[in-house]
Ligand binder design. Sequence first.
Ligand code: CA
Ligand code: ZN
Ligand code: ZN
Length: 263
Amino acid sequence: MQLAVLCAVCLLPGSLALPLPPEAGGMSEPQWEQVQSYLKIFYPYDSKTRDANSLRAKLKEMQKFFHLPITGILNSDIIKIIQKPRCGVPDVAEYSLFPNRPKWTSKVVTYRIITYTRDLPRFKVNQLVEKAFAMWSKEIPLQFKKIKTGIADIMIGFARGAHGDGSPFDGPGNILAHAFSPAPRLGGDAHFDEDERWTDGTSIGINFLFAVTHELGHSLGLGHSPDPKAVMYPTYEDRDAKDFKLSQDDIEGIQDLYGKRRD
Ligand SMILES: [Ca+2]
Ligand SMILES: [Zn+2]
Ligand SMILES: [Zn+2]
């Protein structure tokens, strides 16, 4: 089971006056520290050679993912990206699926909304969750069934700070939400940071429909996409709500896992 998360700005205190490495590209020390902590979370070190894990290599990985010139040197394009709120799932390679392709094997997948936000009426949250599920189920032969008690495959809720899954939320901004890939227990569950201001699009804040559609993509087995038009793009983008829909890339990804809906 893999964790997928949404994040904005990751700040670290920094006051040591050591010279910065060439990879810092002349940026300030706080910016360089911010980038290092961002890379640590979203481009985690893997079992490859030490060289593949150097900061330069991780910067290149990030530049490749976001379709920037691959220099391995920090610049303002990267600073712009790390300042956007985003999902907390790492951007490992250009895969649209999690390693080992976890997926639901039953044709009916259950969900339950455990806790609600104070920012939106309950009926609105129910409606937006239903809308998000409908977007995915339109493309694949899966049916989503809401239950009101007991344990569902996909448990959905709002929480702040530490909330019992070892991945605490971080207060307003930065990480907005996270979700787990298909598996028993925590698998499939989607959590939203109650320290964000959630909106249905009629007021200022993070659009819950955009976020829940993205997180449910993880709940169904999709990883991040480097396609900026994809719902599965890792940073939060304020899109036009009127034509918010899955991109061709999202549809290809989900159909790769589950096949096409026939009726
Ligand atoms: Ca947050
Ligand atoms: Zn995500
Ligand atoms: Zn959580």
